[in-house]
Design a protein around this ligand. Structure first.
Ligand SMILES: C[C@@]1(CC(=O)O)C2=NC(=C\c3[nH]c(c(CCC(=O)O)c3CC(=O)O)Cc3[nH]c(c(CC(=O)O)c3CCC(=O)O)/C=C3\N/C(=C\2)[C@@H](CCC(=O)O)[C@]3(C)CC(=O)O)/[C@H]1CCC(=O)O
Ligand SMILES: NC(=O)c1ccc[n+]([C@@H]2O[C@H](COP(=O)([O-])OP(=O)(O)OC[C@H]3O[C@@H](n4cnc5c(N)ncnc54)[C@H](O)[C@@H]3O)[C@@H](O)[C@H]2O)c1
Length: 161
């Protein structure tokens, strides 16, 4: 064991406000994953990827194309700090801790109330993968293998009747 273990909590996000600060590559990947579970996502960033603009235009997420400000977290259940400015990410962490909001900082595993998992889905089966913050590439490799396994198990659907 090279790090603490985090408990895999399965939580209903469908009615909770999620604020994502940052609109780059990692924010986009995470927003796409979150959209499998909720539509209550607000992304705040002066620069957004084309995919995020498109999701905003389609009304699937709310977008705020500007720098973040402290008052943005007042209604949040969960905040993801995914900017490319680690000092700003740390400031977001401190603000959220003061306000008792769950926060995840993508640039520092030590500033995470929860880790963002690799996600595998097949119908009702939801698997979250973490490598406990130790090896992100390993988490990705396990996620790919687990997804393939779920596809394989799907073929035996009749044996679960
Ligand atoms: C699971 C996944 C979900 C997702 O992100 O969607 C995920 N990271 C993924 C990939 C990945 N991340 C990074 C690379 C580049 C290569 C490399 O550095 O190894 C790659 C590879 C790639 O992208 O291919 C860089 C990186 N990641 C973190 C830091 C900061 C630090 O370690 O302190 C840095 C350095 C940033 C910098 O350099 O500034 C931190 C975290 N990343 C986490 C999740 C959390 C738990 C991780 C765990 O379980 O081990 C944790 C601890 C916190 C959090 O962010 O929640 C996803 C794979 C799933 C998939 O593909 O399905
Ligand atoms: N956890 C992971 O899986 C993982 C993987 C790679 C990188 N990272 C970390 O994630 C972070 C983001 O990476 P990226 O590749 O998405 O970066 P990026 O450069 O693609 O995007 C950065 C985003 O931050 C936004 N931003 C900057 N200042 C802001 C402000 N004041 N208010 C709101 N938004 C602001 C920018 O507008 C942009 O949208 C980096 O800090 C990196 O260390 C994490």
């Amino acid at each position: 064991m090279k790090n603490k273990r985090y408990f895999p909590l399965y939580v209903d996000l469908s009615d909770k406000n999620i604020v994502v600060v940052g609109g780059g590559t990692i924010a986009t990947r995470r927003v796409k994953a979150l959209l499998l579970f909720t539509r209550n996502i607000t992304v705040i960033a002066p620069k957004m990827t084309a995919d995020l603009w498109e999701l905003g235009k389609l009304g699937k997420i709310q977008i705020q194309p500007r720098p973040v400000k402290k008052s943005d977290f007042s209604m949040a259940y969960m905040v993801l700090a995914v900017t490319n400015n680690s000092e700003l990410n740390e400031e977001i962490y401190r603000t959220c801790k003061e306000e008792g909001i769950y926060v995840n900082v993508a640039s520092d595993k030590n500033l995470c109330d929860f880790y963002f998992p690799g996600i595998c889905l097949k119908d009702d089966i939801v698997v979250g993968i973490t490598a406990s913050g130790v090896n992100h590439k390993k988490a990705k490799a396990v996620r790919e293998k687990m997804q393939a396994l779920l596809e394989e198990l799907e073929k035996d659907e009749d044996s679960y009747e």
